[in-house]
Design a protein. Structure first.
Ligand SMILES: Cc1cc2nc3c(=O)[nH]c(=O)nc-3n(C[C@H](O)[C@H](O)[C@H](O)COP(=O)(O)OP(=O)(O)OC[C@H]3O[C@@H](n4cnc5c(N)ncnc54)[C@H](O)[C@@H]3O)c2cc1C
Length: 548
């Protein structure tokens, strides 16, 4: 095939991903120097389309970036008014009092927001400062310079033939070059994964850990709605099968975000995270709240859980990892948006100084130092042992010891040092023969729904004639290895029903319904054979999370 010719555009900084990290970086760069050329590329059809809305936002990141955000109309309208923690049993619940909780767990001063809307508002602020934002532009490749540095990305490839070749309708996209490239792709970014491997950025760190988070938006009976109420639960239905828990946030307009996170280090390959979420809604406390209401949206996304000890080195020549591309979630708080914003600000400040000094294509070491020694490092360090304690010793021990450790860390010391995570989530999966299958009740269509019905509420769309973006390193592995050994867990861990084992006259066949993919990245993380590589489909495809 003839060499592909692409136009190239030159920028000071090229930013991949219009989430809170990427948009904060763009805003800060233009605040520091209005003449810098900054571009943000986003694979969603619009800014916010791939942001799994519905969060409790700690405004410290926004305070640092845009101190007058209130006057500028940021959509932070619902302050948290009450914070509830429950331990669930199958038929009842036990309220955990707030007083023994370390202060960092307090949500007072935080806001229940639609992060999609916060990002849409941030994009408006960025554009007003002169940032160029291109939604519907997936960055599919990195471009390397002569000295092995990252010098740009390829974005905007459309219309590939189903086998991946170029056809008459293929648009080859363009190269966008920058003195620095910021990867703010969020959890398990496809280009970030390449950079981490190429420059060995995970060396000497613990493996990154993940959870799968699923979320529904419900409109409920106004009589049951309590604007500003935040509830977290643990325990049932997961019990000892996996770590995780739920969240229920009451925002405005009688809407509630109902979500469920399952830690992906579960051992039993029969576990079905999506069905755990559906079952959870039948708990009497949750069912009472939702009865008479309707589910208006659904989505799923992996969440980084490795924390402080799993953050890779953040910089390599010409490139920096921002936000959840590097994993900056504070796990017990289930919060990462504030750190994503702070990391964007820090990366922008380091790049601004470097560009002013005539540099480019080198390592932004000041950014790394600021993240590790500044507010982000302090936030993550205090909670670094909660996840490894939960994985090693279970929920009850982690509540007691994790609570103690968060308290002592607040005072500046830990009795446990820094605990490791050990295995990756893929390695944690054990053979199916060692575990009992789990019998999940059928969804009732009122409180609980089957996957495909729910996927319709993520408004996901993929151009069908393009190549499948979920690449198998070896197409034989699902049926030859994963099926006999693990009962092919892709059938269950995918929250969108992308993967199926179909039997034609008893011959099993692995089917990938890539059109359903909600870009959560769980397959790339949890496949026990590490055989699935999530690559980006063409821009504009994927979920279209609604503006609410
Ligand atoms: C279920 C769940 C609940 C959560 N709840 C909370 C909460 O209550 N509070 C909180 O603070 N945090 C919460 N988080 C964590 C929070 O969502 C993340 O910390 C945050 O989104 C990280 O921001 P980011 O900018 O790094 O990445 P993201 O927000 O994921 O943004 C990345 C953007 O980059 C785009 N992108 C990715 N790859 C490419 C590419 N190759 N080309 C072009 N565009 C690309 C994506 O489409 C996306 O728009 C939650 C996470 C989950 C999964």
């Amino acid at each position: 095939m003839a060499e592909i010719e692409r136009e190239a555009m030159e920028y000071d900084v090229v930013i991949v991903g219009a989430g809170p990290a990427g948009l904060s970086a763009a805003i800060r760069l233009k605040q520091l120097d209005a003449d810098l050329n900054v571009v943000v590329l986003e694979k969603g059809s619009e800014v916010g389309a791939h942001i799994l809305s519905g969060a409790v936002l700690d405004p410290c990141g926004l305070d640092a970036l845009i101190p007058d955000w209130k006057e500028k109309g940021a959509p932070l309208n619902v302050p948290v008014r009450e914070d509830n923690f429950y331990m669930l049993g199958e038929a009842g619940q036990l309220r955990i009092p707030n007083w023994p909780m370390p202060p960092l767990m307090n949500n007072h001063g935080n806001y229940i927001v639609s992060m999609g809307n916060v990002c849409r508002w941030m994009a408006e602020q960025a554009e007003a400062l002169g940032v160029e934002i291109f939604p519907g532009m997936a960055c599919s490749e990195l471009v390397y310079g002569d000295n092995g540095e990252v010098k740009g990305v390829v974005a905007g490839v459309f219309g590939l033939e189903p086998d991946g070749s170029y056809g008459p309708n293929t648009e080859p996209g363009m190269e966008l070059h920058g003195k620095y490239v910021f990867l703010s792709e969020g959890v398990r970014g496809s280009l970030s994964k390449e950079v981490i491997a190429k420059y060995d950025l995970q060396a000497g760190k613990e493996p990154q850990k993940y959870g799968i988070g699923m979320k529904e938006i419900w409109e409920i009976d106004p009589a049951k709605h309590k604007e500003g109420s935040v509830t977290h639960t643990m325990g049932w239905p997961l019990g000892g099968n996996a770590g995780g828990g739920s969240f229920i946030y009451h925002l405005e307009n009688n809407q509630v975000y109902v979500g469920f996170v399952v830690h992906l280090n579960y051992k039993n390959p029969h576990l079905f995270p999506y069905m755990e979420f559906q079952r959870f809604k039948h708990h009497p406390m949750v069912a009472d709240l939702l009865k008479g209401g309707k589910r208006v949206a659904y989505g799923a996304r992996a969440i980084t859980e490795g924390g402080y000890q799993s953050m890779p080195k953040l910089v390599a020549p010409g490139v920096a990892l921002l936000g959840c591309s590097a994993g900056m979630v504070n796990v017990p708080r289930i919060k990462g948006n504030h750190n994503a914003m702070l990391s964007g600000k820090a990366a922008a400040e380091a790049a601004f100084e470097a560009i002013k000094a005539g540099r480019g294509g080198d390592e932004l070491t000041d950014y790394e130092t600021e993240v590790r020694n500044g507010a982000i490092g302090a936030d993550l360090k205090k909670v670094r042992n909660v996840k490894p304690m939960w994985s090693k010793w279970g929920l009850t021990a982690s509540l007691a010891l994790g609570g103690l450790d968060m308290w002592t860390n607040t005072l500046g010391f830990s009795l446990f040092g820094t605990l490791g995570h050990g295995k990756t989530d893929a390695e944690a999966t054990e053979e199916a023969s060692k575990h009992q299958p789990i019998d999940y009740p059928k969804p009732d269509g009122t409180l609980s729904f089957d996957r495909l019905t729910n996927v319709a509420f993520s408004f996901t769309n993929h151009e069908e004639s393009q190549p499948c973006h979920l690449k198998l390193a070896d197409p034989e592995i699902p049926v030859k290895v994963n099926l006999p050994k693990y009962d092919e867990p892709a059938q269950r861990y995918c929250p969108a029903g992308v993967y199926e084992i179909v039997r034609d006259e008893d011959q099993p066949r692995f089917v990938i319904n890539f059109q359903n993919c909600v870009h959560c990245k769980t397959c790339d993380i949890k496949d026990p054979s590490q055989n699935i590589n999530w690559t980006t489909p063409q821009g504009g495809d994927g979920p279209n999370y609604p503006n609410m």
